[in-house]
Each structure stands twice: as C-alpha cells, then as structure tokens.
Design a protein around this ligand. Structure first.
Ligand code: F6R
Length: 608
C-alpha cells in the first residue's frame, strides 16, 4: 500500500528510484511519480497506472537527471487515481516536494486553515496539506519546518521530503507507517520496505515513530520531533536478495507456493529440539502456560483464517478457550479481556494498521501480546511483548500463500506445546504429532507436484460466475481461505460456508452447474459433509471434493475428487489448502488476470 523510495548520492537518482519502486510494486498501487532535483529546480513527473508508464515517460529515468530525489507509488485513499492526486506534491512555488504513505486525519481542518491563508490546492489528497504547511513554516531550516508540521498533524505517515534550496539533503519521517533508511558507499536511501533497496545495500536502519532522518550523500542523522539528535544502530539484512526475485517462475505467487515445503520446514525445525518443542521466544514458564485461561487471536484476511483454524486446534488439543477476531472489529468492540488472557496477533507484514492497533489496545489494557510475524523488525514485531517469527522470507505476491502456511504450523507448534504442558495429550499423541508435523513439507511438495490435474480442472472454471466452498470445523476454516484465494486473484465471486449452514439461505443460489468445493478432511465429520454435498448436487451443483486418501465413499457424492495424504486431522489445513491455492491461481492465470498484483489490493494494508 503506497511505496516510497528516495535517494541522495553520487549516482543518478531517477533510475535507482524507479528500480526501487518496481520492487515495491507488490504492495499495490494505481499511480506513480517522482521528484528529482536537477541542479537548479525540482522536476516532477507522474503517471496513472503501471510503473512502466512512468518508466517510458522518463526514458527509464534518463530524462530526469539529478543526484537526489523521491518517488512514490500511490494506492488511492483521498481522491481518484489521477495525475493531480498522484505524489509527489509540491508547495505553490514548487520548491518543496513531499511523498506520503498513510492518512493525515485532520487534513480537512488543515486544508481550510491553509486555504484561509491564501494557499491553493491542486489535488484532493490529504498529502498536499503537508506541502503547504511545510511552505508556511519554512524559514530556511528544513528540520525546524518539519518538526513544526509534525506537531500539527495527526494520523499516520511515512514521508520523503526535499527542499530545492537544500540540494545536499533529503528527509524521511515516520509515524505508524513503515519506513527504513539505508546507506552504501555511494549514497543514502529511503524506502517503505527492505526489498526496494536490497540490491544497493544490506545496511538498513528502521525509522521509529516520530523520528526524522536527514540524509546526505555520505551520512544520515536522526532526530526526535523536538529536533534533538539521537543515535541509531543499523541492522544487516541477511536475506538472500534472490528471495525477492521471481527466479524463473511465471509469477511470484507460483514461486511462493513452491517455497511452502521450505517455509513450513524452516518454521518448524528450529523449534524442535530432539523430541521436544522449544519455543524460546514465547518467554513463558510452564506455570505461566498453565495459567492461560483464554486466548484471543486477532488478525486480518488470510492471517485471520489461520486464527480460525487455530481455534479448533488449540481448543481441541490444549482445551483452552480461543476467541478469534478480525482486527478491525476487535479494536472498536471494547473486547472483554480478563486475567489469564493471552493475546496473539498474527501478521505476515507486521504492518497491518488494524492488527497493530489491536496489539496496542491489548497492551494498553495490561495484557501481554505474542506476535506471530513474518517481517523481521516490522512494527508488530517491535511492539509485541514476544515474537514468534514465521521464517517464510519475503512474500511478494499480494495473495499470501507461503506466509499463511508458515503461520499455520507456528500455531500448531504453540497448540501442541500448550497441550503437552497442560497434559491434555499423552506422550504417544505428542510423539505422533511431531512425526506428522515433520512429514508436512514432503506431503506439501507431493501435492504441488500434482498440479497438472488441478490446472486442467481450473481451466474448466475460467468462466464461472459464483463458486461456493463448504466444510465443517477445520474444513470450514480451509474453505474460508480457499474462497479468498480464488476471489481475490480471479475476481470470480466466491463464498465460504460452514457446510451445515448452507441450507439456511445460501442454497437458493445453487443452480445447474454451480461449482461447490467441499472440503472434507475430518474423518469424524465425513458423513455429515457428504450429506451436504448430496444436498447441493441434487440442486444441480458440480461438486469438487478435497478429502483424505482412503475416503473412497466421497466419490459417490462428488463429481471430482482431490485426495490429500494422510496426516493428523488437526494439521489437514496445511495439505488441503495446497490444491485450493493452485485452483485459484490457475483460474486467475486462465482468465489473464494480474495474479501477483490483483486490482484494488495492497500487500501491506497500513491504513484502517
Ligand atoms: C490475502 C492476504 C490478506 C492478508 C491480510 C493481512 O491473500 O494476503 O488477506 O492476509 O491483509 O495481512 P498481514 O498478514 O500482513 O497482517
């Protein structure tokens, strides 16, 4: 969601900025722009649509010479995606340029104030007030102007700012929107996310809330909003830069699906020590685990779906009541958190605004928060009391696959650990579960290698209007994710239902040929789900079943069956989701959709 890249140094800025913005494309955007200082003045070029258009407009940046600049990909919030609303935004005499990620909540009041002072607005954005406010407070000292502005705005922001009469520096500022800065021997960089600058440097510094950075060609200085200089320690990024490249796959999504055996194994292995589960990051003694009375899981989207699965697994194995909330609901519903509650916030990006707000709400009430996070150093990782990382590496496709799979196994590990400590499972069950966990990566690989069969099936549904996913218990949680995968990337309307709920209204939508994907991985519920399949089949549905090897009886009720290998019923999600991810992917590819960057979506949802 909005990407920022800035550069000051010995090299031409525009190509570096365009390259960085291209690496942030996965975040989602609908227009792009950049401001470059050419030695005399700041020039801005903008375009609506894909970054390619801006690249063509500027001849890959060659038409915009200069050694410092800021660039932006915009995901529209205030005002349509058009040139006027695209960033960067200028003050009136075009001597100050600003790019912004986030939302200025009091922008209407500020806009009125600045209009009353005679300022003219060219766009409908909240960002433009920042450019005019900076102009208003600027008396030759950029840092002073920036701090004055920050004292007057509320909301969230990551900013890149440049002043024409300070051509030896650019500025970065952040509050509640991600921002990092980096340095190499040639210059300094600003970026919303590490992949944007990984090609140039591995030495990055995470900008904290309400910190200001002054970047020059050869050094960076950090300040508080009161202009006091502060010392910061850079970190070295140790990911493989190739992890953020497509590596021969047609799409990042396909590559990331294929990485699932590894990410699942990387998330499990470090926590298995001999025949023990050791989750050091949990920082909880056995007595503290036994004292947990309730678990609140809070997350958004697919991460929420892993939480729905975890409810069944945790309650089933450890007998701890679990409440799962969509983060945007949790934060405003005045949730009842009582003594003995553990809050778990799940997030791939670690930057999702609602999940972060839920974390803060829980902490403010005095409850400990465990973050299950993928992006190291992200806001949720930094603010949670304890962090259990999912070692999925950078996930670039907007639709999550490998991070989802890693979240699932992190949650299984927690559930088994809690169950063992609480003695709600015996040793034989515990050992059996560890064996099943260890087998998951190979089983996932096997399913991925059988992709042709799903591809052929998917090709038949490119023209589908509606698809329904049904399941009971954990299979319902799998259905939620299967349905989301399909709809978000193929734009085919799809819904997931608890299988027993269908006949309470939705079954009236089933017509001749409607595809119903029935997930049935829980042996105890096989018969019940078969009954629901028969109900929809009787009304004309074509039934695709995803079930476990050996459940031959399902063939009587299904038109097409995909079998998953045998595993513990609690872990079936990790296997059943693979054919459903592949199904969504191949339908979207067949329809010619932009699989990695579906319309209207952003990878990192940093606004409410
Ligand atoms: C769907 C998807 C989203 C995210 C959601 C939460 O494929 O990726 O639903 O799961 O936006 O994002 P994170 O996990 O970054 O908090």
């Amino acid at each position: 969601m909005c990407g920022i890249v800035g550069y000051i140094g010995k090299k031409q800025a525009a190509p570096i900025i365009l390259d960085g913005l291209a690496r942030l494309e996965y975040r989602g955007y609908d227009s792009a722009g950049m401001a470059i200082f050419d030695g005399e003045r700041i020039n801005i070029k903008k375009s609506v649509g894909r970054l390619k258009i801006l690249e063509n407009l500027t001849h890959d940046g060659k038409m915009m010479p200069g050694l410092l600049g800021i660039g932006h990909t915009r995901w529209a919030t205030h005002g349509a995606p058009n040139n006027e609303n695209s960033h960067p935004h200028f003050n009136e005499d075009e001597t100050i340029a600003v790019v912004h990620n986030g939302i200025i909540e009091n922008y209407l009041a500020l806009r009125k104030k600045m209009t009353d002072k005679g300022y003219h607005f060219r766009s409908e954005t909240d960002t433009e007030v920042l450019a005019h406010l900076l102009d208003y407070y600027y008396k030759g000292n950029p840092l002073e102007a920036i701090t004055k502005v920050l004292h007057r705005v509320s909301g969230s922001y990551a900013l890149g700012i440049m002043f024409a009469d300070h051509p030896d520096e650019i500025f970065a500022v952040r509050k509640d929107s991600p921002l990092i800065v980096g340095q190499n021997e040639d210059g300094c960089f600003i970026a919303s996310d590490v992949p944007a600058i990984l090609k140039y440097t591995r030495t990055v510094t995470y900008v904290e809330n309400q910190e200001i950075v002054r970047l020059r060609e050869d050094h960076m200085h950090f300040y508080t909003v009161d202009e006091e200089e502060i010392a910061k320690t850079p970190v070295t990024i140790d990911w493989d830069a190739n992890a953020a490249e497509k590596g021969g796959y047609e799409h990042f999504m396909l590559k990331e699906m294929y990485e699932q055996p590894k990410t699942v194994s990387d998330t499990i292995s470090p926590r298995l020590k001999g025949n023990e589960i050791v989750i050091e990051e949990l920082n909880m003694s056995d007595d503290e685990i036994r004292a947990i009375k309730k678990i609140h899981i809070v997350a958004c989207g697919s991460a929420y779906h892993t939480g729905v699965t975890a409810k069944y697994v945790m309650e089933g194995l450890a007998r701890i009541p679990v409440e799962v909330d969509v983060a945007s609901e949790f934060r405003y519903r005045n949730p009842i958190l009582e003594e003995g509650a553990l809050v778990i916030v799940i997030s791939q990006s670690g930057e999702t605004a609602d999940s972060l707000a839920a974390l803060r709400e829980s902490k403010a009430r005095g409850f400990k928060v465990l973050g299950i996070v993928n992006v190291v150093g992200s806001s949720i990782a930094r603010e949670a009391d304890n962090v259990m990382y999912t070692w999925a590496g950078p996930e670039i496709a907007v639709a999550t696959t490998k991070a989802y799979s890693a979240q699932l196994v992190a949650l299984y590990l927690l559930a088994i650990k809690f169950a063992q400590v609480k003695e709600t499972i015996d040793e034989i069950e515990f050992d059996g579960m560890l064996e099943d966990l260890k087998r998951l990566p190979d089983q996932i690989e096997l399913l991925l290698n059988n992709k042709q069969r799903i591809q052929r099936f998917a090709n038949r549904y490119i023209g589908a209007k509606d698809v329904f996913f049904i399941g009971r218990g954990i299979d319902y949680a799998i259905s939620l994710e299967g349905s989301l995968k399909l709809k978000e990337i193929s734009y085919i309307h799809s819904e997931a239902y608890a299988a027993g709920e269908l006949k309470h209204g939705t079954i009236s939508l089933i017509e001749e040929g409607t595809l119903v994907a029935a997930v049935s991985t829980q042996p105890a519920l096989y018969q019940k789900t078969i009954s629901n399949m028969v109900e929809v089949k009787a009304r004309g549905a074509f039934v695709l079943a995803v079930t476990c090897e050996g459940n031959k009886e399902i063939e009587k009720a299904a038109d097409y069956v995909i079998y998953i290998p045998e595993t513990n019923a609690y872990f079936a999600n990790s296997l059943a989701i693979i054919p459903l991810q592949l199904f969504g992917y191949y339908v979207a590819v067949g329809k010619g959709c932009d699989v990695d960057k579906p319309r209207n979506l952003a990878k990192s949802v940093t606004v409410e």
